[in-house]
Design a protein around this ligand. Structure first.
Ligand code: ADP
Ligand code: MG
Length: 257
């Protein structure tokens, strides 16, 4: 059984990439086979897991636009069981190039269908927009995981995000579900963080993970070393939190099957 999940929130800086890299690495450390697909032209997942964006043979752009087989584009990482289809800045053009293609919303779905059974979990790291790349992600996956940052305007933009989700679910991907909502950069010492969590729980009834990701400087440092938090500082609070999230994630996602 294999599951694909888009990590989606059109707001930038909420912890999408950090969650894709570290949740994937933790799942791999628990024995799962995990593929990350980077569809953000900024390529932060690609560089954050240690790949050089300027010396890639193939990227997700080649899958979407040049019809290269996705299996040829998969790169191994330094973590056992963790793989990636990388992105480079070339992908920025894909949003426009896709527009003229037949089945332009479903290109990523074709890609995932081809390789799905090779992995237990496939995570798609979305760009911070609601454009064609994000629509491709939502059309391709079984579920969406939404990271929300514990900040004053946390719910700003969420209704827009949910409109896009609902639209895709109605038209392109009827099976699409919400996998869960993860609170990121949580600080239990502040009333603000606690209030934000309450508000988000009210909005996403029953979908918010018990595990919250604390603000932890080691999480912010790890990508500049090309490592997940498990490779960089496995004893940190950030590593502890993502491991706990991975366990909760497995329990909930496998329970649903
Ligand atoms: P997004 O992909 O949604 O734009 P990122 O995962 O890149 O967000 O996170 C934005 C910034 O915040 C990055 O510099 C990242 O290292 C940092 N960051 C993310 N999560 C945490 C955290 N829990 N604690 C500290 N810094 C974090
Ligand atoms: Mg990102």
């Amino acid at each position: 059984m294999s599951k694909s999940i888009a990590v989606f929130n059109q707001k930038g800086g909420v912890g999408k990439t950090t969650t894709v890299i570290n949740l994937s690495a933790c799942l791999a450390s628990l024995g799962k086979r995990v593929l990350m697909i980077d569809i953000d032209p900024q390529g932060n997942t690609t560089s954050g897991i240690g790949l050089d964006k300027n010396s890639l043979k193939y990227t997700i752009y080649d899958v979407l636009i040049n019809n290269i087989s996705p299996r040829e584009c998969v790169e191994a990482t330094t973590h056992e069981g963790l793989y990636i289809i990388p992105a480079s800045v070339q992908l920025a053009g894909a949003e426009i190039e896709l527009t003229s293609l037949k089945g332009r919303e479903l290109k990523l779905r074709e890609c995932i269908t081809e390789i799905k059974e090779d992995y237990d979990y496939i995570f798609v790291d979305c760009p911070p927009s609601l454009g064609l790349l994000s629509v491709n992600a939502l059309s391709a996956v079984d579920s969406v995981l939404i990271p929300i940052q514990c900040e004053y305007y946390a719910l700003e933009g969420v209704s827009q995000l949910m409109r896009t989700y609902t639209l895709v679910k109605k038209s392109l991907n009827k099976e699409l579900e919400i996998e869960g909502v993860v609170m990121s950069m949580f600080d239990g010492r502040t009333n603000l963080s606690i209030q934000v969590v309450e508000e988000v729980k009210k909005y996403f009834k029953g979908k918010v993970y018990r595990t919250m990701i604390p603000r932890n400087v080691r999480l912010a440092e790890a990508p500049s070393h090309g490592l997940s938090i498990l490779g960089y500082d496995p004893k940190s609070k950030g590593a502890e939190a993502y491991l706990e999230l991975a366990e909760e994630f497995i329990d909930l996602s496998e329970e649903a099957i």
